[in-house]
Design a protein around this ligand. Sequence first.
Ligand code: ADP
Ligand code: TRP
Length: 324
Amino acid sequence: MARILTGIQSTGVPHLGNVLGAIRPAIQLADGSSDESFLFIADLHSLTQIKDGAELRANTYAVAAAWLACGLDTDKTVFYRQSDVPQCTELAWYLSCFYPYSRLTLAHSFKDKADRLEDVNAGLFSYPMLMAADILAYDANEVPVGKDQLQHLEMARDVAGRINHKVGSAVLVEPEARTNDATMYVPGTDGAKMSKSKGNTIDPFADEKTLKKVINKQITTDATPLEDPKDPDSSVVYQLFQLVASESDAADMAAKLRAGGYGWGHAKKDLLGALVDGFAQERDTFNRYMADLPALDAELAKGADKARGVANATVNRLRTALGY
Ligand code: ADP
Ligand code: TRP
């Protein structure tokens, strides 16, 4: 049985793209597998960017509530906050002492910002060592990541190999990356890829009134008159509808658009209905957790207990091997 582990950035309420492209597939994968899975919110990595405590906490809660609302089973998946496991920061120090400075200067997380060194804190520079610690502390075998994280994964393997070589035993497990390149593409309200940095997101946990405003005001449609036939495939309204509605409802909308006599206003109304109904249960659970933070804390604490036990064993093994 392999141990699969991955971390998620906590940078706000997950949007429809995150839910359909990352959260649901990850939960389906975990549900259908006999592997052991660890999933954590990388709130220490967030500190490289976010210095406001209230914002850090709010982001973590929103991410946790979204995963739980989408059906993450915390009896199957060890689900925790990175900052609840201080063993990782200790391990990050040991790793840093075995990793060449010159290699860290090549990390994209740092290099992308290296032309504005005044904005780079030492935490951002050593980001890959904290990420390596996140993985190595749990003896993870496989790490599902996007392609942008492959270099960090390579660094985690590299530093584990260097330490194992130095101490003369396989004290750390060298992890494999598992890339998820067959990811879904969810368009934003402007037709470009939905992304929080582009301000084109849809929040599936929002209430009907908010969703209605976003759909009506932000999704632009052409001026084809109501009676005329319309091409469903070139419309964001239809593309989004297709992703959230049933196959037969999507076929129905496509036929109505092609036939004419069905306007963009009708299509937007149907999209709103599909989002409101399709995420009703998730929205309920999300709101319940956001209104009961102690319940959310309790779920995360359950995972943190298990996580600390595993991380402690690894760090103790390494402490001994290093002579402490
Ligand atoms: P953002 O682009 O909003 O900053 P992230 O980069 O934090 O989102 O993405 C987190 C996860 O959600 C990744 O696994 C990514 O592949 C997935 N994801 C983000 N946006 C989309 C989208 N528009 N369509 C499909 N998947 C997405
Ligand atoms: N750096 C990852 C990202 O930006 C998040 C992350 C932190 C992570 N630690 C990790 C991912 C450990 C996988 C394993 O998406």
